[in-house]
Design a protein around this ligand. Structure first.
Ligand SMILES: Cc1ncc(COP(=O)(O)O)c(C=O)c1O
Length: 425
């Protein structure tokens, strides 16, 4: 049996059927090699994970050295040096007073931790989340996910969650335009609190930049307006930087674009260059709302993942990957906007750093072009480029390459996209 046949028989996936996945055998930097020897330029980075590049040698060396010393010890039962060291490093670079980290294994686990911590600290039970958001596949994180596509079949979900309209300017829920809207979607939060909650809200949860929802970048004033209202109602700001964090947006953390201090922040994906690790960081007084025995994860804070994480962060900072991502992303989006002028199917090009979305629409009414997006993804693969799809309607091309990708590779991706659009017409 080959890999595909074994997957079909033995591996429980919910692969989207439209395009048969590539069988990946190795990867390096921005390149992925398939079983058939075909080499792809990766514009998806394993869903925005290998920001420091596939099989980053420095990360690999650190992990190998740690494997020879200690692989597992249960880092919440015993102390492990790499766990303490990585937590210290994260505290040094995290915004504001964020200081104490709980390590888990994935994004959903970090968000679960954050939700519980918010409840225990505030002694309140409700959450406000954004329409179109995605926070994970566990029951609590699906409960705060604002997308029926992700939730269908899994309900009923947790009560006490209100959904607030997202700052999705291209499809403004209030039919307004930025900046004349004067941040109405942020100011509207008072109404959500007033009409959709029982005034018992622990936290407002948001991805600083939405990923799965189609790369939604809030205007620069957004989080300041939101925070003003949250402070008035003593509601915590819980930011999910699982996808937009770790250099992806052109800053180490996306919230640095907004000059606002979150109370709790979660991260995963890019924090250990592909080794499973997530983190939930909070101000000490919030973190300390966990009493002895409250929270634990058997594999959380794995010493090897933390060693990899330290090497990953050192590499990112030394090589200035966030700054470079900002520059490369600007140029990339300029080229994509040039392509947009000649391509009616491209409704919007948006993003921050190397977190870029290209929204496809059929007409002036912005009818989502989801089938076309699937075709473009497939055609790009034929041409040797791996891309992602997202958006509430599945019509957004997600371009989130390893941050080490070259400008030339990005330009050749735009050329390939142009050829795909031409072929599609
Ligand atoms: C913003 C965000 N939060 C949480 C998650 C869940 O992370 P994981 O799949 O590691 O549980 C994701 C995954 O895509 C995500 O994009």
């Amino acid at each position: 049996m080959n890999t595909v046949e074994k997957y079909k028989k033995y591996v429980n996936t919910s692969f989207v059927k439209a395009i048969e996945p590539v069988v990946v055998i190795k990867a390096s930097g921005s390149k992925v090699t398939g079983e058939d020897g075909k080499v792809y330029t990766d514009l998806y980075a394993g869903i925005s994970v290998v920001n420091a590049g596939h099989c980053n040698p420095e990360v690999g060396e650190a992990a190998k050295a740690q494997i020879d010393k200690l692989v597992h010890c249960a880092s919440y039962v015993y102390y492990a040096p790499t766990v303490a060291d990585y937590a210290e490093k994260i505290a040094e670079v995290a915004p504001g007073r964020l200081q104490k980290t709980f390590f888990g294994n994935g994004g959903a686990e970090a968000n679960e931790c954050a939700m519980r911590m918010a409840k225990q600290y505030t002694k309140k039970q409700e959450f406000i989340a954004l329409q179109g958001s995605f926070h994970g596949r566990s029951l609590a994180t699906l409960s705060i996910t604002g997308n029926k596509g992700r939730k269908k079949g899994g309900g009923p979900y947790m009560s006490g969650v209100a959904f607030h309209p997202a700052p999705y300017c291209y499809r403004c829920p209030f039919n307004m335009s930025y900046p004349s809207c004067d941040m109405f979607c942020a100011k509207y939060l008072e109404r959500t609190i007033q009409y959709d909650t029982s005034d018992n809200v622990a936290a407002f949860v948001a991805e600083t930049i939405m990923g799965e929802g189609g790369i939604i970048v809030p205007p620069k004033e957004y989080f300041k307006e939101i925070k003003k209202i949250l402070d008035q109602y003593e509601i915590l700001l819980l930011l999910d930087e699982v996808q937009c964090g770790f250099g992806r947006s052109g800053k180490l953390f996306a919230i640095e674009h907004y000059d606002v201090e979150p109370d709790i922040m979660t991260m995963a994906k890019g924090i250990a260059a592909g080794f499973p690790l997530s983190a939930c960081i909070a101000r000490p007084e919030i973190a300390d709302s966990f009493r002895p025995g409250d929270h634990l994860s058997t594999f959380g804070g794995n010493p090897v993942s933390c060693a990899a994480g330290i090497a990953n962060l050192n590499y990112m900072l030394r090589e200035k990957l966030p700054e470079k991502a900002l520059e490369k992303g600007k140029k990339f989006m300029e080229e994509l906007r040039e392509l947009q002028k000649k391509t009616p199917l491209i409704g919007d090009v948006r993003g921050s750093g190397l977190m870029v979305g290209v929204e496809l629409v059929r007409d002036m009414e912005k009818t989502p072009a989801a089938d076309e997006a699937v075709k473009i993804k497939s055609m790009m693969r034929e041409r040797g480029f791996l891309i992602g799809l997202g958006g509430t309607f599945g019509n957004v091309l997600r371009l989130q390459p390893p941050l080490v990708i070259s400008q030339e590779e990005l330009s050749s991706a735009v050329t390939a996209l142009a050829a795909c659009f031409k072929e599609l017409v």
